[in-house]
Ligand binder design. Sequence first.
Ligand SMILES: Cc1cc2nc3c(=O)[nH]c(=O)nc-3n(C[C@H](O)[C@H](O)[C@H](O)COP(=O)(O)O)c2cc1C
Length: 475
Amino acid sequence: MTYPRIGSFKSALDFQTHLDQSHIELSFDPVVETGPNAPLAQPYRMPNGFVLGNRFCVLPMEGWDGTEDGRPSEFTFRRWRHFGLSGAKLIWGGEATAVRPDGRANPNQLVISARTMGDLAALREGLIAEHPDKTDDLLIGLQLTHSGRFARPRNKKPLEPMILYHHPLYDRKFGLSADYPVMTDDDILRLVEDYGAAARLAQRAGFAFVDVKHCHGYLGHEFLSAVDRPGRFGGSFENRTRFLREVVSCIRAKAPGLAMGVRLSVFDFAPFRAGADGVGKVEPFEGKRYRYAFGGDGTGVGIDLTEPCAFLDVMVSLDIRLFCASAGNPYVNPHVTRPAFFPPSDGYLPPEDPLAGVARQIGAASELKRHCPEMLIVGSGYSYLQEWLPNVAQHVVRTGKADFVGLGRAILSYPEMCRDVLAGRPLQRKRICRTFSDCTTAPRNGLPSGCYPLDDYYKKRPEAEELKAVKRKRS
Ligand SMILES: Cc1cc2nc3c(=O)[nH]c(=O)nc-3n(C[C@H](O)[C@H](O)[C@H](O)COP(=O)(O)O)c2cc1C
């Protein structure tokens, strides 16, 4: 099955016809407005009175390019400067930053500690310096993470997972034996303290909020599917959300006044793998219901947002008003998180038109916004829209389906995209992300992430040749 390229839709009618014929429910505005009344240029007022200057958000994008001791490198500084250059007024987390060394997803992930705090402050300052206009309406957070099952903290070593329960499919896929140790409740309580300490440092580094990350299969997310775990952190919804409540109360005690947000995979699917034809197929699972997808409906490929809505209620009860919706787990079902035309090297050919994946994320975020209108909600997964991104983004914001449009991969190739949209300049088509997935294939093969196909800085680096060799070998 092949799908038409986005660039082939030359008019709104072409695009609409394709959506209709493919039964994809995705609305867009045929004309993108500019000027102070344009929907994407509208300010957003937070309950505490802080006003954000427009409706674009830069999503967290890590680069697998920090130093071995958890500091940013020149690659990292450049990426954050580009986040600023975008002109977006919400910076959701910058990138995943481990609260302690064993929580790194790769040996080049940032780590927050007393030693690295100054470097993280410099990242933030570099971003602000590059921002094209006033910055008193710019909100910058830091994403705090522990990678849990997907921790790989040491160079040239395999995964060093810290797990909350034995997941039958993940254990098999990532080679964990039945007696592999599970984190104890005491281990968890120690980690809660580390989140508190990390948040205090983030506050001292000048960040306005921290994101207590609950997405993409990492530890925060794993709590939510720990239905089989006995004790205080598993089983009931109340117990599975205890980690969030504990972390929030620890952060409140250690970093008074610091705002918090949560990035959540609002739904998940069962793992996928390439079938004989290379196309992604859901892995068979035992029993009638797939029980380990938070926000899933039990089929492994469907959505039930009852628990994610209840999660938002918990956030409101904790007085947290910042929420970023993502989906899935890029290690096992990357098409859910990052709809793409070309799969990453550890992925599979798209099992659906990637536009269906975009529509699924927009639909879920909109259901959550309906459930909880007082929450500032950021949506994700828009980059695949390419030329039609501004039209869909405007429609979403104008109709209140989300408050902010989050951009990830699109920012890597073309950081000024948001500014061009707001100023009414035509998009620079050669710089639009075409979802080649090299930004994922590179790190999966030990290289720093970046837009190798479109960004001259990466195109000209020696790593670009290495990446080509890796891809040749696989094809
Ligand atoms: C290279 C790369 C790095 C990413 N790093 C992070 C990260 O540090 N934290 C996070 O929550 N999501 C991360 N993501 C996911 C993105 O924030 C985003 O959800 C995803 O790319 C879909 O949005 P898009 O279509 O705009 O790219 C990353 C994605 C990519 C491709």
